[in-house]
Design a protein around this ligand. Structure first.
Ligand SMILES: Nc1nc2c(ncn2[C@@H]2O[C@H](COP(=O)(O)OP(=O)(O)OP(=O)(O)O)[C@@H](O)[C@H]2O)c(=O)[nH]1
Ligand SMILES: [Mg+2]
Length: 196
């Protein structure tokens, strides 16, 4: 049984937690399903707040798993209604987060499984490339696709994401969650080995 706990909601760089615990970070466009996937992976539906309205998560939210791992829920990119100032503020915070935290074990970039990646998805991917962090791509809401569509979309998404494998995932059915957990565990083990 995993003990999950909300740790803190960070709105400025100085509130980022002291390093030491590995972090797995979920990033992607607003409404893509970051918070929902965190809830599904932890089996705690009430952990992260989700909403059909984009822009629900507006700060960096830290969730602890058994006190030994942080899952980090980032505000979504591209929330148009928020206004330019707010969007710039989130962008700055997210950039600072990635530069400051040296304990990021894995970045999970979420894209919508049903569509071609947007310009914003691709820009995010290219920017993440420059950080040289371990990264995987999860294609969300796969419950909306037929098996045939899934295989077509997997190939398409992977080609846009630098050939990375894409994990078809669903917060609704749990598809892909086992694979994501495997990847998360591997990343944590690799980080631990490199630090010892
Ligand atoms: N069918 C389906 N709907 C999903 C899935 N994951 C998320 N959703 C829906 O998509 C909407 C957005 O989900 P969130 O988890 O709040 O998205 P988010 O990426 O955290 O959004 P922000 O906090 O705005 O950045 C909600 O209405 C969810 O119910 C999924 O796997 N399948
Ligand atoms: Mg959210």
């Amino acid at each position: 049984m995993i003990q999950t706990e909300f740790v803190k909601s960070v709105v400025s760089e100085r509130d980022l937690p002291a390093e030491g615990i590995p972090e797995i970070v979920f990033t992607g466009r607003s409404n893509v399903g970051k918070s929902s996937l965190i809830n599904r992976l932890t089996g705690n539906r009430k952990l992260a707040r989700t909403s059909a309205t984009p822009g629900k998560t507006q700060s960096i939210n830290y969730y602890s798993l058994n006190g030994t791992l942080y899952l980090v829920d980032l505000p979504g990119f591209g929330y148009a209604k928020a206004g330019k100032v707010a969007v710039q503020k989130w962008k700055d915070l997210i950039e600072r987060y990635f530069h400051k935290q040296s304990t990021i074990a894995l970045v999970i970039q979420l894209v919508d499984s049903r569509i071609q990646p947007t310009t914003m998805d691709i820009q995010l991917s290219e920017w993440l490339d420059t950080l040289l962090l371990p990264r995987i791509v999860a294609a969300t809401k796969s419950d909306k696709l037929s098996n045939n569509q899934k295989s077509i979309q997997s190939r398409l998404l992977s080609s846009f994401m630098g050939g990375r494998p894409v994990v078809m995932s669903s917060a609704k059915t749990g598809e892909g969650c086992r694979e994501l957990w495997n990847q998360m565990q591997q990343a944590i083990a690799t980080t631990a080995a490199s630090k010892s």
